[in-house]
Design a protein around this ligand. Structure first.
Ligand code: SF4
Ligand code: SF4
Length: 300
């Protein structure tokens, strides 16, 4: 990775990501770091006075755990540093409200891409050279898994910037393959994942759960099968007759842009076991009781 990364941070969450970048061999890519005090007020009138002095030239800005108005320094930091992308991951629903996100994007030069991945381990390549170079190494977990009846070796192809993927990979070895998916969810909680347990109103789910779905999806794809998933019973699904496809509208994975629930040519819903997080929301919301949680091996 050739990127020059400048980091704005506040508190433990940022420190963990800086450590992960360094531990994975990219310490020299970090050209500067500015730490805001943890007691920054949420509402700031004169945010321009908070823009750090002597900014280094960089390609990418990471804004880690800045809460509320202090994020309004980002447009000016991007302009002064020559950055071409800003990533401000969201791990708490109240951290950067949608209105503030819009304001930041509108105030940032047009040639600078601003992203708010929710959580950071949902970041994928987006077709922007700067973001994609970072996302080759860090973001949505991807694993290569060697197995017999047990998990033998887990290689991280792309890891969560907080470091959790490497922790899960190391601690999954030796588990029976059928238990690996559930165990990866337990391990990310043990790490522990720092995402919020508060319900995000735009998802009706917690960001902590989304992080769990991401690592479980990586394990399922690495194994080539899912051990549990919500499944639509085709004969009971009324999507072709008398249903507005509620299941798709309520699925938190779909709300983040995943194709977890799609509608086939006949109008019936289909669930992708690889990305289903088994939150059971669709099961509760299907007016025809056409979805069940199935706990058996499903090839993906
Ligand atoms: S909500 Fe139920 S009936 Fe409607 S499309 Fe989804 S699974 Fe089918
Ligand atoms: S259980 Fe249903 S709502 Fe939840 S992630 Fe799976 S498909 Fe989406």
């Amino acid at each position: 990775m050739e990127l020059k990364i400048f980091i704005l941070t506040c508190g433990d969450y940022g420190a963990r990501i800086v450590n992960t970048i360094a531990e994975q061999g990219f310490a020299s890519n970090i050209v500067g770091l500015h730490e805001f005090p943890e007691d920054m007020p949420e509402f700031i009138d004169d945010f321009k006075s908070q823009v750090p002095e002597n900014l280094p030239e960089c390609d990418l800005i990471l804004a880690l755990d800045l809460k509320g108005d202090i994020n309004m320094v980002l447009p000016e930091v991007a302009q002064k540093s020559g950055a071409k992308a800003v990533i401000a991951p969201i791990h708490d629903p109240s951290q950067i409200p949608p209105g503030l996100q819009r304001e930041i994007i509108e105030s940032t030069p047009d040639d600078v891409l601003v992203l708010f991945p929710k959580p950071f381990c949902s970041l994928k390549p987006v077709g922007n050279p700067v973001v994609d170079e970072f996302a080759e190494e860090f973001g949505r977990p991807e694993l290569e898994i060697q197995t017999d009846d047990l998990v033998r070796k887990v290689k991280v192809l792309r890891g969560a910037p907080c470091g959790s993927t490497w922790y899960v990979a190391e601690n999954l070895e030796g588990f029976p393959v059928e238990e690996a998916e559930t165990e990866s969810g337990n391990k990310i909680h043990n790490y522990p994942c720092l995402a919020s347990m508060n319900t995000d109103p735009s998802l009706d789910d917690t960001i902590l759960h989304l992080a769990g779905y991401n690592i479980k999806e990586a394990v399922k794809r690495g194994l080539g099968f899912a051990s549990r998933s919500a499944v639509v019973l085709e004969e009971d699904c009324m999507g072709d007759v008398d249903c507005d496809h509620n299941c798709r509208d309520v699925c938190p994975q779909v709300k983040t842009g995943a194709k977890t629930i799609t509608i086939n040519d006949s109008g019936k819903a289909i669930i992708d076991p690889a990305s289903c997080g088994c939150c059971e929301i669709c099961i509760r919301e299907c007016p025809y009781g056409a979805i069940e949680l199935i706990e058996e091996r499903m090839d993906i």
